[in-house]
Design a protein around this ligand. Structure first.
Ligand code: SF4
Length: 203
């Protein structure tokens, strides 16, 4: 959220004085966001070397080096290539929302203050409209219905009973998980109309 505010401030500066968006990077590098991300940059890729080496490297980073490691470890492969076929796993039974700390999707969406004009052009597109039914559902059990936090993607039976992907773009929270995670990189996320999307307040 802080990085979003920094981007907004930098964009405002560009509009006001004609500078360029490099000021965003300068502000970001001087902020606590950069410091925090830099300290944590090697935690996840360390586990590409296995559980024990991952724990050892993470502990070294966390307790001793604290972001001063001379190298930045790389992830082995992009997220969308890390998805396994559904047949290799059992479905996860998630506990129901308790209404105190966890909430159902409609309640969470309402609280996110998401607000799109109902007639704005859709900002989510499928590069190949056949991939969801030919690949995503049979091979990966429709992962977009689970990783999307806003239930934007639903498989709905058509008049012949065939499951078809339905996209509720107006619910999108702009997290871009679908852009990153779709196994065939078939979802094209474009910038939505300005002024919409989730809102937040600064206390
Ligand atoms: S950007 Fe996030 S909220 Fe929007 S459709 Fe993709 S996964 Fe869902």
């Amino acid at each position: 959220m802080k990085s979003g505010m920094l981007a907004a401030e930098a964009a405002f500066g560009v509009l006001q004085d004609g500078s360029n968006m490099e000021s965003y990077w300068e502000k970001l590098k001087k902020s606590w966001v950069w410091e925090e991300l830099r300290k944590a940059r090697n935690y996840r890729p360390a586990f590409d070397y296995g559980l024990i080496p991952g724990l050892a490297i993470s502990a070294l980073e966390h307790y001793i080096l604290r972001g001063r490691a001379p190298v930045t470890l790389r992830h082995g492969k992009p997220d969308h290539e890390a998805m396994d076929p559904a047949k290799l796993h059992s479905p996860i039974q998630y506990s129901k929302p308790d209404g105190v700390l966890s909430f159902d999707v409609p309640t969470s969406l309402y609280r996110s203050n998401t607000n799109h004009e109902h007639d704005q052009p859709p900002h989510l597109h499928l590069r190949d409209p056949t991939i969801p039914e030919l690949v995503n559902m049979p091979e990966y059990a429709g992962p977009e219905t689970r990783y999307c936090p806003a239930r934007v993607y639903e498989y709905v039976p058509d008049e012949k009973g065939q499951l078809k992907l339905h996209i509720n773009a107006q619910n999108c929270l702009h997290c871009k998980a679908c852009d990153i995670k779709d196994p065939k990189q078939n979802i094209e996320w474009t910038v939505p109309e300005g002024g919409g999307g989730p809102g937040y307040s600064v206390m």
